[in-house]
Ligand binder design. Structure first.
Ligand SMILES: C[S@@+](CC[C@H](N)C(=O)[O-])C[C@H]1O[C@@H](n2cnc3c(N)ncnc32)[C@H](O)[C@@H]1O
Length: 133
């Protein structure tokens, strides 16, 4: 049997993200800090710590191509709670496409007062960091 059309349309191959990621690592190895995006198990484990019974923002630092973001949404975190702080403009564009209800901020996670000062209106419920050093 062939896959259903919806499965073919919506199931993006992970290889795309791995190529994107590797390309960014070649260009900026120190900023990327890893050669490949996080795997599903790690992403799900990180997402499992976020409180679903809160409306407060969830800040994700360095979401990259969004594997942890995906796990957060799959777990049931309302995408409108997500504030994604990503340094790379290319990844920001991708994240805006993939998570149109999230707030994507192109900026530096190491200067959060500056990066989120105008954006965050209430204390965050969780900060999930995808940064590695
Ligand atoms: C190791 S990758 C992890 C990506 C993703 N969280 C994952 O688990 O696959 C680090 C990501 O953080 C971003 N990044 C690195 N330094 C940053 C900074 N100072 N502020 C915001 N994002 C940063 C990189 O562009 C990259 O997307």
């Amino acid at each position: 049997m062939f896959p259903q059309p919806s499965a073919r349309v919506f199931k993006k191959p992970r290889l795309d993200d791995e190529v994107r990621f590797l390309r960014s690592w070649i260009e900026k190895p120190l900023a990327m800090g890893a050669v490949m995006p996080s795997g599903k198990l790690l992403a799900r484990t990180m997402a499992s710590y976020v409180d679903l019974n809160s409306d407060a923002p969830v800040i994700e630092l360095g979401p990259g191509t969004g594997p942890i973001t995906t796990a957060l949404v799959e777990r049931g975190v309302d995408p409108r709670r997500l504030v994604l702080v990503e340094y790379s403009p290319n990844f920001c564009a991708l994240l805006r496409e993939r998570f149109p209800k999230a707030t994507v901020v192109q900026g530096d996670a190491y200067s959060l007062r500056e990066t989120l000062g105008e954006i965050l209106r209430e204390p965050a419920s969780a900060v999930v960091s995808g940064l590695r050093s």
